[in-house]
Ligand binder design. Structure first.
Ligand code: ADP
Ligand code: ZN
Length: 712
């Protein structure tokens, strides 16, 4: 048997996907051959299939060690949906369920078993394992073995024993967190010295990173962001305090957003209820402290907003990483303001930690600030921080999309610094700005500051511009915040060259208006398109509720969108849609065909004009990038990019010959088949008639060209 063919067959028939993602095939082959592997792949990269498929191919049951019960349950549910016999052994089972599962194991009836590490290592379970045939061990979230990391689980340490007890069973350790130190620790503690390493980059290309330094009215702008860019979409909004969580959630609800709070001060029951609703309903916005998120595996979280500055880039990357696990466009937005900088510095300075610890924390905060104040690509900086290199600017962060203007802030900075100096290095930003702007008031007179040399010398800038300048001076380390917690500023050593005029300072212009391009908007299909989209989502929710599972376990958004795009009319056509495997085709295919049939093509015209996401593709295409390059750059699938190009062709913006390169004969054949369909060209049928040699995306381009030439 050729195992590569076998794994591809399973990928297609069981999971309904057409091809493997980078390195999945190699990892699977390695395990099938009985060898160990260490897999570092970013969130959403597709780690699960790497052990699920070999477990289906090798004889025996695949044992998956996973630290979180909630996560296990979702995975098991998703596997059952595609027809795989899976179970989870954890503390939430009744004695009866537990016994039943063990019996199934003995009978060899399970293909995959998820188990918590503390269960795995009990003597009873160990002796059970000795009696059965085991396909492999998969150690998920392997960084939990690291004592220095923030997710340390002592039970993971014992997993090293697996190697001695089951030397013939291949093991794979998987994680998305992997700086060099953690990686070494995983290898050493789990005895993986002989394992093959598969290291993918850290990049999450589908996440757009944005930092907003204009924090005035952040709440209002949060609302606009949700209403305009992500209506009816799931997202997470992080706040620093419980009080702010409660207030923000209530305020958003008041404005008609389905927002729920989550923080450690709520009862466990309320927290669990809210988390459940977030997972099981569509379009919930969770407003939370950082207590929320660990083990949240929801694939369709479209945005993560930070209302306050996170305390390190590690925390920021982990929290924003919860967006867009499904690989579809997602956004990370951070509101950042002066008060946060002051508060966080005070937290660190006033903490009980020892000096070394404080210094490290402070450095992390500096790096976080530096990230906010960048004037070059944010993704490049983020990846560099984690030891990854991105050769060119990403094209999908606020800086790349809308480069900030800079100005020579040397003179203004000198004025600000000297104002700090002449007022005695103890006043806060607001008062200092009063002095610079020459506000002659009672307080000013009391201190006699209306007579000092810096009084009123800063009228060329307004209050907001001065705020921005002070923030940058603090972020860049020219000014330090007092230890007592009043927000008083003092000069640091590094100001000297600047004050002496030996150094110039380039500063970022405060951005008044948010002029970025909006991200692809999924839920804002217009008119009939929108109705069809809603109808598909309703059907999905109905099926999910019948079975008590989250909607994405039935089908991901991307699968529903592919249905809208390709309009399958028969089960055979439906089976070609990505995400529709044999079992789901049988269980749900007809349900969704019926929905589609209620919205015939004439009623749902292909959208006119070109949307922003299409425009973005067209722009990159004109720069000479191929569809594959663009897909990689934008973190989208090639077929999606081809469908964008198809829209460009339809609008006469791109020529078919620029996009595709196939033999003339094949092209003619495809055209002929399409013409047989008249007005209502069905790509599914054409695809089949051509024996599947042409990708749907390519067919969409050919159709667009026909439509274009027919109508003009
Ligand atoms: P991770 O565990 O690495 O965060 P998952 O295993 O949950 O990621 O996979 C993320 C998503 O990508 C899932 O929805 C999964 O079904 C999908 N996926 C994985 N591999 C493929 C593939 N080869 N083709 C299409 N989709 C895939
Ligand atoms: Zn960028």
């Amino acid at each position: 048997m050729n195992t590569s063919n076998e794994s591809l067959r399973i990928l297609q028939q069981v999971f309904g996907y057409s091809s493997f993602r980078p390195s999945q095939q190699q990892i699977i082959d390695c395990l099938i051959q009985g060898e160990d592997a260490l897999v570092l792949m970013p969130t959403g990269g597709g780690k699960s299939l790497c052990y699920q498929i070999p477990a289906l191919i090798r004889s025996g049951v695949g044992i998956v060690i996973s630290p979180l019960i909630a996560l296990m349950q979702d995975q098991v549910e998703a596997l059952r949906q595609v027809g795989v016999a899976a179970g989870a052994l954890n503390s939430s089972l009744s004695a009866e369920e537990d016994a039943h599962l063990r019996q199934q194991l003995r009978n060899g009836e399970l293909q995959l078993l998820y188990v918590a590490p503390e269960r795995l290592m009990t003597p009873g379970f160990q002796s059970l394992l000795q009696q059965i045939d085991i396909a492999l061990f998969a150690i998920d979230e392997a960084h939990c073995v690291s004592q220095w990391g923030h997710d340390f689980r002592p039970e993971y340490i014992q997993l090293s024993a697996l190697h001695e007890q089951f030397p013939q069973v291949p093991r794979v350790a998987l994680t998305a967190t992997a700086d060099e130190v953690t990686r070494r620790e995983i290898i050493q503690r789990l005895n993986l010295e002989q394992a093959h390493h598969f290291v993918s980059g850290f990049d999450r290309p589908n996440i757009r990173y944005r930092v907003s330094d204009d924090s005035s009215n952040a709440r209002q702008r949060l609302l606009r962001f949700i209403q305009l860019d992500y209506p009816e979409q799931a997202g997470i909004v992080y706040c620093l305090s419980r009080r702010k969580v409660e207030e923000t959630a209530a305020w958003l609800r008041d404005k008609g957003v389905k927002a729920l709070p989550y923080h450690a001060g709520m009862s466990p029951q309320d927290r669990a209820d809210n988390q459940n609703r977030f997972l099981r309903e569509d379009g919930i916005v969770m407003v939370a402290t950082i207590a929320f998120g660990m083990g949240i595996d929801k694939p369709d979280v479209r945005f993560v907003v930070h209302m306050n500055l996170p305390k390190s880039l590690e925390a920021y990357y982990q929290e924003t990483g919860r967006a867009g696990r499904d690989g579809e466009p997602a956004e990370a937005l951070l509101f950042y303001n002066l008060q946060d900088v002051i508060t966080l510095r005070q937290f660190v300075e006033q903490s009980d930690a020892d000096e070394l610890h404080k210094r490290i924390e402070m450095q992390k905060l500096e790096r976080m600030l530096g990230y906010c104040e960048l004037t070059s690509c944010r993704r490049q900086a983020l990846l560099a921080y984690f030891g990854d290199e991105l050769a060119a600017p990403c094209g999908n962060c606020d800086i790349c999309l809308n480069p900030p203007e800079t100005w020579d802030g040397t003179v203004a900075a000198q004025k600000a610094l000297s104002c700090v100096y002449h007022t005695g290095q103890r006043f806060g930003v607001n008062y200092l700005i009063d002095v610079l702007l020459g506000k002659d008031n009672e307080r000013m007179r009391r201190f006699g500051h209306h007579q000092i040399s810096t009084f009123g010398i800063g009228e060329e800038l307004d209050r907001n511009q001065w705020r921005s300048l002070f923030r940058q001076l603090i972020a860049l380390g020219y000014l330090a915040v007092d230890q007592e917690g009043h927000g008083g500023l003092r000069l640091t050593e590094s100001c000297r060259p600047l004050l002496r005029g030996e150094q110039t300072l380039k500063l970022r212009q405060l951005r008044k208006e948010d002029t970025r391009k909006p991200q692809k908007k999924k839920a804002s299909f217009q008119g009939a398109q929108g109705e069809l989209w809603e109808a598909l989502r309703r059907k999905r929710l109905e099926l999910a509720q019948e079975q008590g599972v989250p909607p994405y376990v039935i089908f991901h958004d991307a699968t529903l969108m592919a249905m809208m795009e390709y309009r399958p009319q028969t089960l055979a056509q439906m089976s070609r849609i990505s995400g529709v495997g044999e079992r789901k085709l049988e269980a749900y295919g007809q349900d969704f065909l019926d929905v589609l049939a209620d919205y015939p093509l004439e009623a749902v015209p292909v959208t006119g004009g070109v949307s922003d996401t299409v425009q973005e593709t067209l722009d990159l295409f004109r720069l000479g990038m191929s569809a594959e390059d663009i897909a990689k750059r934008r973190g989208l699938k090639t077929s999606t990019i081809l469908s964008h190009l198809a829209k460009g062709i339809e609008q006469g913006l791109v020529a078919l010959s620029e996009v595709i390169n196939i033999p003339d004969e094949l092209l003619a054949q495809a055209r002929e088949l399409m013409l047989e369909d008249g007005e209502d060209i069905r790509l599914g049928r054409v695809h089949e008639a051509l024996g599947g040699v042409l990708d749907y995306g390519v067919l969409a381009c050919i159709r667009a060209d026909l439509v274009d030439s027919v109508s003009s």
